[in-house]
Ligand binder design. Structure first.
Ligand SMILES: Cc1cc2nc3c(=O)[nH]c(=O)nc-3n(C[C@H](O)[C@H](O)[C@H](O)COP(=O)(O)O)c2cc1C
Length: 363
């Protein structure tokens, strides 16, 4: 039983969706990092998503620091943060206590925790637990930004509707930072939102792909075995509820290419080594090659849908049907981007301090 991520920067998550509070304990952050409270608030708002296409559950998401931060700067000691749960409505979930929601964590958790798990609102398996993760990521992201490392995520596609790709990384990251719905093209944004609303009106849900860039990471970061940059990022991203796949650079498309098409030729430009293209997503041998790190995640449709679904009754051990009435997102992809930005920051910072030392993160 373990809920800790990281080697030299570690994050422990705790709490349940309808418990008193949710939170994180963060260790290994250098002393003297200025906390960007605005970025924390902005990131948490992005995680909440726009009202009509997101869960009706609205929370204040006010972060309280219990330790590790003094006068707006990290102390270097463990940071404990909590976010109180204010808008609880556990009764909405009680009818499903013994009838697991298909493709949510309910049945798998029942087997692991023998019924002792808090089932209200998905308990510890709720998307709500990503809020402290987003707050953690925002503390680290502002420190990375001072080092010239920028992170941005957009919806590459939603139920078959495609966004435009990245044109100019730093400009596109700046555009995304100001958007509550992370599509780069306005037309794609309108079509995607309509698609979410249409799924909602049909008591259904939709998923899609999120594309992330981590820009400005120097070459030579990452370990050749096990703690490869791909491995560490995948560990973090696949921990996000609802994320089911990851590919780096051109990923699965590389399989259909010839070596001469898949390879990224090296060139000297202004006296420095650079690559002509970036099909490998900025990583070779598990180590960064100085190109932007690029990866795409598969985000599944929200499992809790209001349509009738087949499940089982664990008390009677009989087949039955459920119609889920609680407060749910018709899509989680637009909200998950804030979580992806956060875990990307945590993962890459962990690799950077492994390479350059804890104090490197401090500006
Ligand atoms: C920000 C966020 C919000 C989520 N909201 C919901 C929700 O309202 N209803 C739901 O069924 N699942 C929601 N999920 C997804 C479930 O938590 C997830 O599908 C479930 O825990 C099972 O895990 P798995 O899909 O990774 O297998 C959300 C996920 C995230 C990241």
């Amino acid at each position: 039983m373990k809920n800790i991520y990281g080697n030299n920067i570690t994050v422990t998550l705790f709490g349940e969706s309808h418990g008193a509070a949710i939170g994180a304990v963060i260790d290994g952050i250098a002393p003297g990092i200025e906390v960007d409270y605005d970025l924390i608030e902005k990131s948490l708002l992005q995680r909440q998503g726009e009202a009509d296409i997101s869960t009706p559950r609205r929370e204040g998401d006010k972060v309280e620091f219990l330790s590790g931060i003094k006068n707006g700067f990290t102390e270097g000691t463990p940071i404990a943060l909590i976010i109180k749960n204010e808008n609880k409505n556990s009764n909405a979930y009680s009818p499903y206590e013994n009838t697991p929601r298909p493709s949510h964590a309910d049945y798998a958790a029942e087997e692991k925790y023998h019924g002792f798990q808090d089932k209200s609102g998905g308990g510890h398996f709720s998307g709500r637990i990503t809020a402290p993760l987003v707050a953690t990521g925002a503390i680290i992201r502002s420190a990375l930004e001072k080092k010239g490392i920028l992170i941005g995520t957009h919806i590459k596609s939603l139920h078959g509707i495609a966004d435009r790709g990245f044109f100019d990384y730093s400009k596109d990251i700046a555009i995304l930072a100001e958007k509550s719905f992370p599509a780069l093209s306005r037309e794609a944004e309108t079509l995607m939102k309509n698609e979410i609303l249409s799924a909602k009106s049909n008591s259904d849900s939709v998923g899609g792909e999120l594309e992330t860039v981590i820009f400005g990471v120097p070459a030579g970061v990452g370990e050749p075995w096990f703690d490869t940059v791909e491995g560490v990022l995948a560990h973090a991203c696949l921990s996000i509820p609802g994320v089911k796949g990851i590919e780096f650079g051109e990923g699965f498309d590389l399989c259909g290419m010839l070596g001469s098409e898949a390879n990224d030729p090296l060139r000297i430009k202004d006296g420095k080594v650079t690559l002509e293209k970036n099909s490998n997503g900025g990583i070779n041998g598990g180590i960064t090659n100085g190109m932007p790190i690029l990866f795409t995640l598969a985000v599944k449709p929200t499992p809790s849908i209001a349509k009738a679904q087949r499940t089982v009754d664990l008390r009677t051990m009989e087949n039955c049907e459920i119609e889920i009435k609680g407060r749910h997102d018709p899509a989680i992809i637009h909200r998950a981007r804030a979580v992806v930005d956060a875990v990307s920051a945590i993962a890459i910072a962990d690799l950077l301090v492994t390479r350059f030392g804890t104090d490197w993160l401090r500006s």
